[in-house]
Design a protein around this ligand. Sequence first.
Ligand SMILES: [Zn+2]
Length: 335
Amino acid sequence: MTAQLKPSPLSATVDFNADGVQHGFLRLPYSRDDAAWGSVMIPVTVVKNGKGPTALLTGANHGDEYEGPIALFDLAHTLRADEVSGRVIIIPAMNQPAFAAGTRTSPIDRGNMNRSFPGRPDGTVTEKIADYFQRVLLPMADVVLDFHSGGKTLDFLPFCAAHILPNKEQEAKAFRLVQAFGAPYSVKMLEIDAVGMYDTAAEEMGKILVTTELGGGGTASGRTAGIAITGCRNVLIAAGIVKGEVVAQPTQWLDMPDADCFTFAEDAGLIRFCADLGDRVVRGQTIAMIYPTSRTGLAPVALKVQRAGLFTARHFPGLVKPGDCVAVIAEEIAS
Ligand SMILES: [Zn+2]
């Protein structure tokens, strides 16, 4: 038996059951040096019209990933109630303290939102936010779209993704929404470290979860912002929650079947990539060279990929440390 959990300390200034468009906040009391009775204020928009399924849309699960917040701040001020059949809950900055600081994790508690589930009502700020999603928001949802990008340390080919799941009916529904999103690439993901993830929390409740990796480097390009805005509406239309026609886009399906997709650095140094995102590579090909920088005259270390495929993600900063993920190679597959 699990002990009875305390109520969440978060409160919403919106009524999730009221029809119409409401803009408000999830307010979490947070006492600190500059505000003894201060709060963390997480912006939220609810657009509801009658009965129908609920979509829960989130950006800035990691605070330095920008396509999601762009798409969701845009949607929050453009979506009208008469376009909706059901309910759309829009939270552009899920980890608001991290988003405000422009960092992956929270500056308050170093909390990584996507490793903090199911959270705790009496835990850190990040754990309290996770607990509110776990016990209040996720149970309301049918469809969950959680936006990610590479942040400051990774860069991705723009893709929408869902996970390989034990429940094949749930998996098929998620892949149908990935196809509708219409990113240039669509990925069937096998998660190698799923403990504590928001994705896992949603999937274990039987929700249809769709996620993205839309770029990176700690910014958003015009192209990737456009992909996010179009893809978000496409998912809502395909789920039957927003009226309209899906803007059909060609997409290349990719598979990341096992750990051989990932190449990690074992040395520190200056990284020189020998291929670029979107290039096809062969098994054993040198994807990057790492130059030792403590002195001159030292040979670089060659990093070789363990499988053939499409160069899908890469380390972004110019310097690399032992253990950093340098490259991800995915396999092109038929949809
Ligand atoms: Zn992320």
